[in-house]
Design a protein around this ligand. Sequence first.
Ligand code: NAD
Length: 264
Amino acid sequence: ANTLMAGKRGLIMGLANDKSIAWGIAKALGNAGAELAFSYQGEALKKRVEPLAAQLGSDILVECDVADQGSLDRLFETLKEKWGTLDFVVHAIGFSDKNELRGRYVDTSPANFAMTMDISVYSFTAVCKRAAEMMPNGGSLLTLTYYGAEQVMPHYNVMGVAKAALEASVKYIAEDLGKLGIRCNAISAGPIKTLAASGIGDFRYIMKWNELNSPLRRNVTQEEVGKAALYLCSDLGSGTTGENLHVDAGYHVVGMKAVDAPDI
Ligand code: NAD
């Protein structure tokens, strides 16, 4: 344990269960002394999220569907009433119709394109705008992205296009809010088995490929993403904004299949 986050208050969005990347991040920040609030999508998730939040001493749980601007307003109103100010927000949310996370990108429907962009991209901007109003002393905003934004990955399709837009929005938000002492960054996580990942076609193959071909010759864990989030959300990251920090066992630097990787 450490005290890097002592005296800091923040919101974690996107906790669904104990496999969520949001959980790895919440543990790292909570164990470093942060006071946490959680938002969850829909009442069905409440019974999962409540005991996890309790483990980290948090009893601030707010239902929020990020596709609904009114729901986002109510979330931040609640935090304003409880806390007044905020030091960090972690946005670990993405969504697309899983029927379009296989096959060809070019077949994406207009309705799913718009929905994917709204939930996976615009929601972060909408969150940052509201959070910044509660950060008079500066703060840290963090989202989660994937290498499929930078290079073509099988089946990632419309989500890759959305993550590219998300990564661009991180840079624009960093510029807009930097003068207020608010930093904005992304973590590009390697493939991790979660609920959202299970919607991606051939995800096990993608994990195996990363394990065999990344410089560290393994996959990363939620806890490792948590440690990187601790850096970005704490004072350790005070000089870093607009960044896309890869926590992917180095996969993003690889240009070719490893010589020791067997055919899979
Ligand atoms: P997860 O399923 O545990 O989390 C996804 C979360 O998004 C869930 O809590 C879900 O409730 C929430 N969500 C979806 N639509 C929402 C809405 N309309 N309103 C509010 N919440 C909504 O999966 P995860 O893998 O932990 O995903 C977290 C983030 O990490 C996502 O942005 C994902 O794209 C990103 N990511 C995941 C991986 C991976 O391999 N798992 C790799 C890189 C990036």
